[in-house]
Design a protein around this ligand. Structure first.
Ligand code: AMP
Length: 579
């Protein structure tokens, strides 16, 4: 299936993957950035805002913020420059130094975006937190991240912050976005501080290796880890915006991810702005009709979303192409979880545009493997590595990494270390960081294989792999098959210990509306999977559930399903979506 199912649109930015991959040089990519004008250096916020504000793009809408009530407010690049300067000046007045950590704990409101970019201008480190966290996960992250400033709202402050403040002696300032007056010497009104701050600010010397962003990732076990990124990452935000998201000059782009998750920062703030296009921000959560209306009303060209959203849309009866005018939509992309072939096919047929899955993780700072608009899409595959990125399949041996070159053979997905947006440490956990590397390779913790044509296929998280009757079964493969059954809306698969065969494959299934969850349907689904996959791999047990446990970023928490199934402790559930 070709990605080129669209017509009448400008040619893809990356129109020949193989040619670009062979000629690509990082120095050419860096040459597309401006650098700080007054001194040698690189600052993400300068690249994202100031250089455009000083160009013909000054009056272009940088961010269009859509409020919950559907009214909107546009911020031009020139305005954003002044507002982020004001925020940087606020930090300056509060005595914040280079490298200090500034956290934001708000919904998707303008202050979140202004504080992110203003913090980067001050050469401090920005760390966004999901607004739905309760007090304990917030405390964990603020204390592990040595927060000096927290930007939040009155409501969050009252409900979740006040109680943990005594345990956070290092946290010097709490800035409330919607307080009209300062509450006390420590808890201030951000609006008041901003009013008094100058809209002019001189970005201090910022070097490519200076820390910029901190993102906590839960991983599958243990406490959250703080992955630290540097200003050099901006080159990745720039080129992935061009080559993967296919940004063209006048594009309107919408990334549905919250900045509390790395995608919502790298691709919901930085990549579109660094590329000088218009970025849509929606304050509200998922709502199918609202989302389709946003695509229509704001003439969105490029839409970056997640498999969980696509699966939810699949289960609904809305026909977007006939009920909405989506003539501007050129491209849909998805990240965060495997995008099942069934979902790729549904979305391509429904929207009549290419739907491109891509792969990356908090630690990689930017997209590493992707499908491209100009390249044949193989539904279910993550695509091929970005130009400049070397990805491989390998086995970890005592002697180091042994590369697996045989097509179809699964192993660890590994990346040649040293790409610009690679994380530089796990904060305060150097040993944990070092463990991720073997020689020249970064080990991602995912299992995958590569086909004969160089496409990468996701198998599963190394710790989600099921060992049954001597077979290694990736949950993704089984879930993809279950999703092909006409009654199945969503599925997750785990290994349940079983003495004779090691682990038994068990599927948890959310049915499509109107289906009757009875034993006959269970048997039918098991029979369907057996026919497609063989008895050794197909689930032996099916349970019907009304929803699957997921993270706020939409990832199915298989380890939680397993812990619940076995009656084991649930571990860190701070990122669990409360439904
Ligand atoms: P996070 O660091 O929270 O963004 O999670 C990264 C993990 O999400 C990866 O290591 C994968 O396990 C999973 N992931 C992200 N994108 C994809 C994808 N396109 N296909 C399969 N798994 C993905």
């Amino acid at each position: 299936m070709s990605a080129q199912v669209e017509s009448g649109f400008a040619a893809p930015v990356l129109n020949d993957y193989a040619a670009l991959r062979s000629s690509f040089q990082w120095k050419d990519a860096f040459a597309l950035l401006s650098g700080l004008p007054e001194h040698k250096g690189l600052n993400i916020a300068y690249e994202a805002v100031d250089r455009h504000a000083a160009s013909a793009l000054a009056q272009r809408t940088a961010i269009r913020w859509i409020r919950k009530d559907r009214t909107s407010r546009d911020f031009t690049y020139a305005e954003l420059r002044e507002l982020t300067n004001q925020f940087a000046n606020v930090l300056e007045q509060l005595g914040i130094q280079k490298g200090d950590r500034v956290f934001a704990f708000t919904g998707r409101i303008p202050e979140l975006y202004i504080s992110a970019l203003g913090t980067l201008k001050k050469a401090a480190v920005f760390c966004p937190l999901f607004s739905v966290f309760g007090p304990e996960p917030v405390f964990q992250r603020l204390s592990r991240g040595d927060a000096r400033v927290l930007v939040t709202t009155l409501d969050q402050y009252d409900k979740k912050i006040k109680g943990i403040l005594p345990r956070l002696p290092e946290l010097e300032w709490v800035l409330l976005t919607d307080a009209e007056t300062h509450l006390n010497g420590k808890v201030k009104s951000l609006a008041l501080l901003m009013k008094d701050a100058s809209p002019e600010f001189r970005i201090p010397v910022t070097l490519p290796e200076d820390p910029a962003l901190l993102h906590f990732t839960s991983g599958t076990t243990g406490m959250p880890k703080g992955a630290l990124h540097v200003h050099n990452a901006v080159v990745m935000h720039l080129i992935t915006g061009k080559y993967v998201l296919d940004f063209h000059d006048d594009d309107v782009y919408w990334c549905t991810a919250d900045p509390g998750w790395v995608t919502g920062t790298s691709y919901g703030i930085l990549s579109p702005l660094v590329n000088g296009i218009t970025n849509i921000v929606d304050e509200e959560e998922f709502d199918a009709a609202r989302w389709y209306s946003i695509l229509e009303d704001h003439k969105v060209n490029v839409w970056y979303t997640a498999p969980t959203a696509i699966r939810r849309l699949m289960r609904m009866s809305i026909k977007p192409r006939s009920q909405y005018n989506l003539e501007n939509l050129r491209l849909i992309l998805s990240v965060g979880e495997p995008l099942h072939p069934e979902a790729v096919r549904w979305a391509q047929q429904t929207f009549e545009v290419p739907v491109l899955d891509n792969w990356w993780q908090t630690e990689t700072g930017g997209i590493m493997i992707s499908n491209y608009r100009s390249m044949e899409v193989r539904p279910g595959s993550m695509g091929k590595p970005l130009p400049g990125i070397e990805a491989a399949i390998g086995e970890i041996k005592d002697s180091g990494i042994e590369l697996i070159n045989e097509p179809g053979k699964q192993g660890n997905l590994i990346l040649k270390k040293g790409w610009p947006s690679m994380f530089r440490t796990y904060l305060h956990e150097e040993a944990r960081y070092d463990k991720c590397f073997h020689g020249d390779w970064y080990v991602t913790g995912d299992l995958a294989y590569r086909d004969a044509d160089g496409y990468f296929w996701f198998v599963g998280r190394a710790d989600d792999i099921i060992k049954t009757s001597g077979h290694m079964v990736g949950p993704f493969e089984v879930e993809s098959t279950l999703m092909e059954h006409p009654a199945v809306g969503e599925a997750a698969v785990i290994g349940k210990p079983e003495p004779t065969i090691g682990e038994l494959v068990k599927g948890f299934v959310v049915l499509k509306p109107g289906q009757i969850p009875d034993d006959a349907l269970k048997l039918d689904i098991i029979g369907f999977a057996r026919k497609k996959m063989g008895a050794a791999v197909a689930p032996k047990e099916i349970a019907f559930v009304t929803s699957l446990p997921k993270t706020r970023s939409g990832k199915i928490l298989r380890r939680l399903l397993k812990a619940r199934e076995l009656g084991l402790p649930e571990g860190d559930t701070s990122t669990l979506e409360q439904s």
